[in-house]
Design a protein around this ligand. Structure first.
Ligand SMILES: Nc1ncnc2c1ncn2[C@@H]1O[C@H](COP(=O)(O)OP(=O)(O)OP(=O)(O)O)[C@@H](O)[C@H]1O
Ligand SMILES: [Mg+2]
Length: 365
């Protein structure tokens, strides 16, 4: 267990018959961290969250929260609370009654209860809404009530299973920022499940990218995007171009490669290890390319033909065909200049150029 870990998931597996929903996962989450589980449908996100909540128990492995093993601790005795995707609030209760529901057995005076509920209403910016019926709320407001209801007990950990899934895009983006601000202000550890990569990137301190019951990489949003450690992560987070190459020498913090149509290239190996004569993949994000009509004077460059171009206001997207490369290369260029229409100019023959540090070398797998 790491010293600062508040939640420690140790070699945890969950089997449902033949289905290995979660497969030997170890994750340490720090106190106050906003930690996300990101991955496609069926990869085990909810199952892992339900084991933290105590609604499921691991087939193998152990979960520690605040240093305590959870194997014999029932859901209602854990220092956690869970917010579900279908914001479960009681339709027959008012907003205040919903928020205060978890305190009903705590033997508080009416004034104490009102104080705590008001505090929550303020936090979720619904002051004055206490007496409304919950059926008179918008989707986003209902979601905030569900959050307040989970937060009022001041759990040490809040587990959120796609809590914004039912909201439309605009509301969802607004709620992402609000939820993040709220998490900072209360300092509770959040474990947040989503299959939306943009949502995970926006909100999280760290993200575990999951696939088929395992995680592929745990890292900060920046590192997942800039330094993915395998093909699946690079592909899952954002858009990426892959090129085949073969290593020629590995020395002095540089890997020299023969990348066929892209020529001889050289880049730093990052955290992965490479040997000579190995088939590898080079990953380059669309915005790391510069696109120009004239051949650049020096550096890595390749000629191609623009297949398609799309003007998106702040930037333009190009798909550039390069001889010897299977798929058109995706390129994204910022439209810095107000009057210059890059999309028009760059139809036809173009040059793509990139820096050495734009390349991430990956194992072929
Ligand atoms: N109670 C259960 N009995 C049998 N199989 C289950 C059970 N719960 C989950 N599974 C299976 O375990 C796997 C992981 O399910 P889980 O609900 O954790 O996925 P998820 O990542 O949350 O997916 P989604 O994004 O669709 O919610 C799936 O193959 C699912 O069918
Ligand atoms: Mg799920």
């Amino acid at each position: 267990m790491q010293d600062d870990s508040f939640i420690s998931i140790r070699d945890v597996s969950k089997h449902f018959g033949d289905v290995h929903a979660v497969d030997q996962v170890s994750i340490d989450i720090a106190k106050g961290e906003f930690f996300s589980l990101l991955g496609p449908s069926g990869c085990g996100k909810t199952t892992l969250l339900r084991m933290l909540a105590g609604f499921e128990f691991p087939t193998f492995g152990e979960i520690f929260i605040d240093g305590q093993p959870m194997s014999s601790v029932a859901a209602n005795h854990r220092p956690v609370n869970m917010v579900f995707q279908s914001y479960a609030i009681f339709p027959h209760l008012s907003v205040s009654q919903n928020i205060g529901y978890g305190l009903r057995n705590d033997k508080l005076s009416k004034a104490e209860m009102e104080f705590k509920v008001d505090e929550m209403l303020e936090l979720i910016k619904l002051q004055g809404y206490g007496d409304r019926q919950s059926t008179q709320l918008s989707g986003g407001e209902r979601q905030r009530v569900a959050l307040a209801r989970a937060l009022i007990k001041r759990p040490k950990v809040l587990l959120l299973d796609e809590p914004l899934g039912a909201l439309d895009k605009q509301l969802r983006e607004q709620m992402q920022l609000e939820l993040r601000a709220l998490q900072r202000s209360v300092g509770i550890t959040f474990v947040f499940v989503t299959h939306d990569q943009e949502e995970a990137l926006t909100m999280s301190d760290r993200i575990a990218v999951m696939s088929e019951g395992k995680y592929l990489q745990i890292d900060t949003p920046n590192q997942l995007y800039e330094a993915p450690q395998n093909r699946k992560v690079a592909d899952f987070i954002g858009t990426v171009n892959f090129f085949n190459a073969r290593t020629e020498s590995v020395a002095g913090g540089k890997v020299s490669m023969d990348a066929g149509p892209l020529g001889k290239l050289s880049a730093a190996p990052g955290k992965l290890e490479f040997s000579e004569g190995q088939n590898v993949l080079i990953a380059i994000r669309p915005e790391k390319f510069s696109i120009s009509i004239e051949k650049p004077a020096s550096g890595n460059a390749i000629e191609g033909t623009t297949d398609a171009a799309a003007y998106l206001g702040d930037r333009s997207h190009f798909y550039v065909r390069v001889n010897g490369v299977d798929k058109p290369v995706a390129v994204s260029a910022q439209n810095m200049d107000r009057t210059h229409d890059v999309t028009q100019t760059h139809q036809g023959q173009v040059w793509l150029s990139w820096e050495d540090d734009a390349m991430v070398i990956l194992h072929e797998d």
